[in-house]
Design a protein around this ligand. Structure first.
Ligand SMILES: [Ca+2]
Length: 319
């Protein structure tokens, strides 16, 4: 049984902050519209809602799993030469506890959803941007952002060609943030620590991966859903997460709610992309080469909305 203590969604506290700080001409404020946040009951695992911006999210309950990789996990999987030297960054496989449940986007952020941020003045509103992100933005040609990456940007395709800074600003506009790597991997693998979102065996019929010609509409592979119902966590667009990259982080990371190294030069990306082979499509895979100013046509993201409260998880999902 799971009980709650105090339930103050981040989105509400964010809205309150905006009300205090800004007048009517300030940035638009996400309005909490989730009925569950006003009820006594704890959301059920994989419960679906629409957040304050109308984007589908699923509830991921607190629990534990094994993050990262050991040699058995990759036995029999061909490892590309270009990625082999980075495999030690996934080691050691280690138990992690996620102490609080969270809402995570059911699918990658789409062009339609990102367009709403742009049209709401997202690129002109400093409050949505971190200091580093805003400084980066001031050095760009505003008329070129966001980068138009194809002639016709399909509304239901993942928004790609955004830097980590732009993804971060969008997440703030939503009232959330980018997932920590540990949260992202937990939403993909679950308490059974599966290698892929659907199980331990690679199955290209369940994801937009190897031999694909490009991005597809989000949610096109429902059989590849994770334990909480998140889609396209293997393939389609690879996804920025919050964490800086450090190859030796897993050997010293906190056992509870790890948030990545405090600083770094490159950001972690998860889940592989539409061209991924069985090694790269694994949920433990972490891409390793891109600074937060980088963008290209296979990197997108999704958003987490955390809940600021103290939860009691009496039976939970511990192994
Ligand atoms: Ca993906």
């Amino acid at each position: 049984m799971i009980k709650r203590k105090n339930f103050y969604p981040t989105i509400c506290s964010t809205a309150l902050l905006f009300i205090i700080m800004l007048d009517a001409s300030g940035p638009s404020k996400p309005q909490a519209n989730n009925a569950k946040t006003n009820q006594e009951s704890f959301p059920n695992i994989s419960e679906l809602r629409r957040d304050a911006r109308g984007v589908e999210q699923v509830w991921t309950s607190a629990g534990s799993y094994f993050m990262g990789t050991d040699k058995e996990d990759v036995a029999g999987i061909e490892i590309p030469q270009w990625a082999a030297r980075e495999l030690p960054a996934e080691m050691p496989r280690h138990e992690v506890r996620i102490s609080k449940g969270f809402w995570i986007d059911r699918h990658e952020t789409t062009n339609r959803e990102y367009r709403a941020f742009v049209e709401d003045g997202g690129y002109k509103t400093k409050q949505y941007w971190s200091q580093q992100g805003w400084e980066w933005l001031q050095g760009q040609k505003m008329e070129s952002l966001p980068v138009k990456y194809v002639e016709k940007e399909e509304p239901d395709h993942p928004r790609v060609c955004v830097t980590w800074f732009e993804a971060e600003a969008y997440a703030h506009w939503r009232g959330g943030r980018l997932p920590y790597e540990a949260e992202w991997e937990y939403a993909a693998r679950g308490p059974k620590s599966l290698i892929y979102p659907w199980g331990n065996n690679f199955d290209p019929s369940k994801a937009n991966v190897v031999e694909s010609e490009g991005l597809t509409a989000v949610g096109s592979y429902p059989d590849g859903a994770s334990w909480v119902g998140t889609l396209d966590m293997a393939g389609n667009a690879m996804e920025w997460v919050q964490d800086w990259l450090s190859a030796d982080y897993y050997g010293k990371s906190p056992k509870v709610d790890p948030k990545g190294p405090p600083e770094g030069r490159r950001k972690v990306e998860k889940g592989g992309w539409w061209g991924s082979n069985p090694f790269v499509a694994r949920s433990a895979y972490k891409h390793f080469e891109d600074p937060p100013t980088y963008q290209d046509h296979h990197i997108g993201f999704r958003v987490v909305t955390p809940v600021e409260e103290e939860w009691e998880d009496e039976d939970g999902l511990e192994l």
